[in-house]
Design a protein around this ligand. Structure first.
Ligand code: FES
Length: 248
């Protein structure tokens, strides 16, 4: 992939040359560079609020490209088995290619600014804990509220939520190793998107690039109306990848 073609989200890490994802316009995700692929479970706190991730299986992937199911019908999920050619589904990559920050609502605190692009909500719910991140950011001059604001924003897998440090005039982003996680949501009894971390570049099979972002969530249930991104439809359809649950 040619670096010049890509727009990089402010605050995202530098272009990760060793990794890339090509999205077949009618089929699966082709993943290059052998990034780690693992399960991550959304785990609630004692109050029942989405609070942390716990790691499940790490898949052994020794071939390249790794081909991941996008239609949701493979019998060998998370990998593609060719089912997308046999079923009735809409593979259309309908998401616009606008930068993430083009369409944000802003909540202001004294020190932090929260930028919210609702298009990318995947219902991971970390933002709802402890009185919601939108209220917390307004109180982010208090250390405890600031810590929670950063924690909840950094746990948002899709990058819907971003933070800007107003005094330093810089975006805050978690440091994420380039890798892929399969989100599992036992509390809601469903499997979620593929969480692409760490600035892995993506383009479709016609070489049209997507903005490079630190946090991206890709649909793997086949039902999103904002493909390739997840739009939370997996929760409505109770998508399950049939993979083992958390053992401890
Ligand atoms: S995984 Fe398909 S909409 Fe979330």
């Amino acid at each position: 992939m040619e670096r010049e073609n890509f727009h990089i989200e402010p605050g995202a890490p530098m272009f990760n040359k060793g990794y890339s994802i090509i999205i077949d316009t009618k089929g699966p995700y082709f993943v290059y560079g052998k990034p780690t692929l693992r399960q991550e479970f959304i785990v609630p706190n004692a109050e029942g609020e989405a609070w942390e991730y716990k790691t499940g299986i790490t898949y052994k992937v020794d071939h390249e490209p790794m081909v991941l199911c996008r239609c949701g019908h493979s019998q060998t999920k998370p990998f593609c088995d060719g089912s997308h050619t046999q079923i009735d589904w809409d593979p259309t990559l309908s998401a616009d290619r606008k930068p993430l920050l083009d369409n944000v609502e802003i909540s202001e605190g004294e020190e932090l600014q929260l930028l919210d692009n609702k298009t990318y909500c995947v219902h991971a719910r970390f933002c709802m804990a402890k009185g919601t991140v939108w209220h917390l950011v307004e109180q982010s001059n208090r250390p405890e509220a600031q810590e929670l604001t950063i924690r909840e924003t950094f746990h948002c897998p899709s990058g819907r939520l971003k933070l800007r440090d107003k005094k330093k005039d810089e975006f805050l982003e978690p440091r994420l190793e380039p890798s892929l996680s399969l989100i599992e949501d036992p509390q809601k009894n469903c499997s979620g998107p593929i969480w692409v971390k760490g600035g892995i570049p993506m383009e479709d099979s016609e070489c049209t690039p997507y903005e490079i972002r630190n946090r991206v969530t890709l649909c793997r249930c086949g039902n999103s109306h904002n493909k390739p991104y997840c739009d939370g439809s997996h929760m409505r359809t109770q998508f399950s990848d049939g993979q083992p649950g958390l053992t401890s």
